[in-house]
Design a protein around this ligand. Structure first.
Ligand code: SF4
Ligand code: FES
Length: 254
């Protein structure tokens, strides 16, 4: 391929220096910081505009400071481990390109908010998963198992298709101002997880889940801020799913 002003040839894209400003903390503390105290640290890395934030974090960890802590696994937007707050918005580091963040300015990286920080960018996910477990995220049926598979039309499957895409990254729940301040609210993801079964024609546990979500910690805490929908890396219409659960509760229609 021949290079043009707009599209350099493969191999010709120049590296640049990018600054990452990371909110850190260590349970054991440092010479300058108490145990658990949060502090900012800046790193410069050589990177390409098409690199992801995860690539830059790896460069820091592997080449500059092996103590930098963050979660990641698949590196392809599937496992949901690397949700973090990047330039004040929840995103997956493995799906966020430097060129989409104006790499000429420092890139601000923080742990997701509302969950206890364990170290650097790692938070304790247990309260998040506890809410998910609360809504019983599994198919509930009565009677004997059928001799063949439970059939469902494509229209019935479409009814809950959107909420099946959830990867449990917590970007939605930890972008919710009610979740930050309330301390009781299940959060958007638990409602998304419930929606996936409430609107599944094969499931018979709808009212058990709706009863749980009708609780003071449930759907009525939602103030439709839409932060959750904007944060979801899977493009799930989280606020719409919450509204549909509210509608089912008030009308009994699924
Ligand atoms: S609904 Fe979206 S943002 Fe929330 S946990 Fe699932 S994938 Fe992540
Ligand atoms: S590392 Fe798996 S979603 Fe980013």
């Amino acid at each position: 391929m021949t290079a043009t002003a707009e599209s350099p040839a493969v191999g010709e894209v120049k590296a640049m220096t990018v600054t990452l400003r990371i909110l850190r903390s260590k349970p054991e503390g440092t010479d300058e910081h108490k145990p658990g105290e949060q502090y900012w640290q800046e790193f410069q890395v050589e990177a390409h505009a098409t690199d992801r934030v995860l690539d830059a974090l790896h460069k820091i960890k592997w080449e500059q400071d092996g103590s930098l802590a963050f979660r990641r696994s698949c590196a392809h937007g599937v496992c949901g481990s690397d949700a973090m707050r990047i330039n004040a918005r929840n995103r997956l580091a493995c799906k966020t390109l430097l060129k989409d963040l104006n790499p000429a300015k420092p890139i601000i990286v923080e742990p997701i908010k509302g969950l206890p920080v364990e170290k650097d960018l790692i938070v304790d996910m247990e309260p998040f998963f506890a809410s998910y477990r609360e809504i019983m995220p599994f198919l509930m049926t009565t009677g004997n198992a059928p001799a063949r598979e439970r059939l469902q039309s494509s229209e019935q499957r479409d009814r809950f298709d959107d909420t099946t895409k959830c990867i449990l990254c917590a970007a939605c729940t930890t972008s919710c101002p009610v979740f930050w301040t309330d301390g009781q609210y299940f959060g958007p993801q638990a409602i998304v997880g419930a929606h996936r079964f409430i609107f599944d024609s094969r499931d018979e546990g709808q009212w058990d889940r709706l009863e749980i979500l009708n609780d003071k910690a449930g759907v009525w805490k939602c103030r439709t801020a839409f932060n959750c929908t904007e944060a979801c890396p899977r493009g799930i219409e989280v606020t719409k799913a919450i509204s549909e659960v509210k509608h089912a509760l008030t009308t009994g229609e699924f």
